[in-house]
Design a binder for this molecule. Structure first.
Ligand code: PMM
Length: 279
């Protein structure tokens, strides 16, 4: 039986891996900060991601790069709401809101967002309440601590076990609050309070995460671990490593790849899909 991810009025088939295109409406994200800093260029950017083949467009208004200060919800909302609203009207694919603030999530769902992507894993009971009272898809991501301090010597006794247990616990909490299982995706949070070794261990353990039955989303695009492995300082010089790790993730059970380079990732995954032996 083929599986689906229910996101508002969308039922996304997971027969092939989905590509979530990243639209950071921020002045300071690590890779594309400043590119889509005004609503007009943000809209154009979102339309372009969809035209390149994105199955989902993920809009974020708060940079969560290591060391970033927390943005208040009102400023974040002012950045993202007009963009989410217009994109939800103009696109035939779902729009996702990347936020950890309940007021932002609530307002964006009201203007058409079909997915709530929370890098803090719905720790805030208000965030749980928002998704319990709508039908949006949810992405539960694991992050150790807060963006401001998460890369200060992160420590785990066993990173795979701890991330796995955290995600399962959060997913069950959402289900108990009334979020249907078919709406939930989980994400190990590559780079969020993790060393190079932690990231590699989690990418190797994707089959164990996928075994829970929730679709697994992985965000590796242009991230620092690729820079460390390959000696590339500038994030936009990391296309090769981004494609290699997205393909790795999908081949090891990820259902959704969150990426900056949509056209190139779509092409890579089409080839992988054609080569894979169908069950
Ligand atoms: N990474 C970033 C932001 N949001 N959301 C999910 N679910 N998973 C991620 O890995 C993730 C995220 C940071 O990267 P960016 O600045 O390129 O968006």
């Amino acid at each position: 039986m083929s599986s689906i991810w229910r996101c508002g009025s969308f039922s996304l088939s997971l027969d092939r891996a989905l590509v979530m295109g990243i639209l950071n409406v921020t002045p300071d994200s690590f890779s594309d900060g400043g590119t889509y800093d005004d609503p007009v260029s943000a809209l154009e950017g979102g339309l372009q991601l969809a035209a390149q083949g994105a199955d989902i467009v993920d809009v974020g208004g708060e940079s969560t790069r290591p060391g970033a200060a927390e943005l208040n919800g009102a400023d974040e909302l002012a950045r993202v709401r007009p963009v989410v609203e217009r994109l939800a009207q103009d696109l035939s694919v779902p729009v996702s809101i990347d936020t950890r603030h309940a007021e932002v999530a609530r307002a964006c769902v009201q203007v058409g967002a079909s997915i709530v992507n929370d890098v803090s894993g719905f720790r805030d009971p208000e965030m749980v309440a928002v998704v319990a009272t709508c039908d949006a898809g949810v992405v539960i991501m694991h992050m150790l601590g807060e963006p401001g301090s998460m890369q200060d010597e992160p420590h785990y006794d066993d990173v795979v076990v701890q991330v796995r247990e955290y995600l399962l616990d959060r997913a069950l909490t959402l289900e108990r609050a009334g979020v249907a299982r078919q709406r939930i995706a989980i994400d190990p949070g590559i780079g969020f309070g993790k060393t190079l070794e932690h990231n590699i261990a989690l990418l190797r353990a994707l089959p164990e995460l996928a075994a829970f039955g929730y679709p697994v989303l992985v965000g590796v695009s242009r991230k620092r671990f690729i820079g460390v492995l390959t000696g590339t300082r500038r994030p936009d010089d990391r296309l090769g490593g981004s494609l290699a790790s997205a393909v790795w993730a999908v081949e090891h059970g990820a259902a959704i790849a969150r990426v900056h380079d949509v056209a190139q990732t779509v092409q890579a995954l089409k080839v992988i899909d054609a080569l894979r032996e169908k069950a």
